[in-house]
Unconditional design. Structure first.
Length: 156
């Protein structure tokens, strides 16, 4: 059995950084989370739900989870350099480029403002990760990475 050739990739211009999600996606997240928080506050402040774990625990938990997710939608960053692809998210995602066995860019052209483009990755160890990106520069690098890795694997 032969050892697979390690993948090497250098982004054009060096390190590339992108917001994980687009501004319209962030606005949509705000449009969904904001009213839910206001509604929860109104229920509590009007006395409809008492501030106790027994009566409002599920509402409080749901709102906290929505706010936690929203925080990462707003602050998630994807970074690509010649060694790794990383994304800050609820859990830090990281893939070493030399270990990549497969990558696939998944996007819905024309709806990228709503459905975040993502790069599906799989390493030789079988580790799967999905990286989101909003900037056109990062998407160009994802396309180039997909093409170069596919060419390397076909050549082998």
């Amino acid at each position: 059995m032969t050892t697979p050739e390690l993948f090497t990739f250098t982004p054009t211009g060096g390190r590339v950084e992108s917001s994980a999600f687009s501004v319209p996606f962030k606005v949509l997240a705000t449009a969904l989370i904001g009213p839910a928080v206001v509604w929860g506050w109104q229920l509590w402040s009007s006395g409809t739900i008492a501030l106790s774990l027994a009566s409002s625990g599920w509402l409080f938990a749901a709102l906290c989870l929505m706010l936690y997710t929203g925080w990462y939608i707003f602050n998630g960053k994807t970074t690509l350099d010649n060694i790794t692809l990383e994304q800050t998210w609820m859990w830090h995602k990281r893939a070493e480029l030399r270990q990549l066995a497969y990558v696939k860019l998944i996007r819905m052209r024309g709806l990228e403002w709503l459905v975040a483009p993502r790069l599906y990755t799989k390493t030789y160890a079988g580790k799967l990760a999905i990286f989101y990106a909003a900037s056109p520069a990062m998407l160009v690098e994802f396309e180039r990475m997909e093409s170069e890795l596919k060419t390397l694997r076909i050549r082998r």
